[in-house]
Write a protein that binds this ligand. Sequence first.
Ligand SMILES: [Zn+2]
Length: 484
Amino acid sequence: MTVDWKKQLKALTDQGASYADVRYYPKEEEDIFFMWNGNFLAFNRSETSGFGVRVLVDGAWGFAASSNLVNVGQTFQRAFDNARSASARIRRPVRLADKEAVRGRFESPCQIDPFEVSLADQVALMKDLDSLINLPGVQQRQVQLSKVRRTILYYDTEGAEIEKQIHDIYPSISVSAMDQEGIQQERKYLPPRLGPTRGWETMDRGHWQGEAERITGELAQLLEAPACPKGRMSVVLMPDMMFLQVHETIGHALELDRILGYELSFAGGSFVRLEDFGHLQYGSAKLNARADATLINSPGSFGYDDDGVMAQDRMLIKEGILVGAITSRQMVTEANEKAGRQIFDGSGGTCRSCAFNRVPIERMTNINVDPGQDGSLEDIISKTEKGVLLSGEKSWSIGSNREQFHFATDIGWLIEDGQKKGVVKNCAYSGMTLDFYRSLSAVGDQSTWQVQYVDNCGKGVPGQVMQLGHGVPVCRFDHVKVGD
Ligand SMILES: [Zn+2]
């Protein structure tokens, strides 16, 4: 069924709407496969389709969505009526920052569409990965593979026309076993984004084989390892831990809707205040962080956001000083008004919704830390007197305003007098966000930099689960509280 979306939008402005947009998902497919000890525990395939309309009337948003294309006009009218009802109750009229009316198309780079690979080949690959980790000493094996393919058409009353074709694939393997004290020890591997694409071609067997050998070997060492010592020392975070540190204490802390108090009822707020931008020393001078939605192989790149704003690469923290946030058209205007100065020059293009029936909100794109000048992992270890090298996020607890955190990791290695020593288990570290980043004393070079992904970032009411990336190097922080 063909719908004239632009005509439907015009009907809303004819009634007095100041702005409206529509996102139409002709088809969204998602597969989630989960194999445990060689048996499939989940083999889910879903397909959805529908559209969502957002409309501004007298400064208030209205939203409606439907998977039914028969009475499209009714859904558009419902969004308009919702906005009109809301307009009687708002205290601050919504104003959107200016933008260019873009006409464009984005396709995530993909050589082999994972949805064109036969089910038999996918099952064979998962069985193969399972066989690679089916080694003595491993008690539980997990192989997961999920993938998405979605087409999104976007139109708004300011003239934007955008088509997006998004593919992504999220594989992982994990091995675990009980140690002598009855504590479950685990090693897992979620491949960083190695090449320039994100299709089935990234599932290279040779690469998986090497990583399977590594994690099973590390699990065997963990089962025999002593517990991590407690006390103040340096921590060196591998990218597979650093990404979560950045996610929780830079990414979420710098979402502008949280800073303005809009997420307090669900995901929480932020310790960052509007007066901090341009002044706050967030970290040491070695810290350079950015929101880069142009990193081509990552799930945090999508071409154009759901405000119809083009993907951007913007600094968040420059040489330790807070300079930017994760922003949308609505929030930058409100923040500048509340601050009484122009902090933000337009939207950063990070407004995204996870589905046709959810409203767009500020979401992380790729929240990255730039590589630094402190050499390779070996260089950093060789210049570390006393510390622990940490890998693999295991558990996390974060203050609701992101001002503090506690993380546990799957594995650690002691570092003494510049030497990497034996494996230690049950590792944890904690700190205050600003003190921690101000203690950043070494940032690895490009050889240590990896793009890790997050496929389950939660935010919003009703909840929205989003996918994104983090390009991060190996980093060392000093005088950190290690232990419980
Ligand atoms: Zn998150």
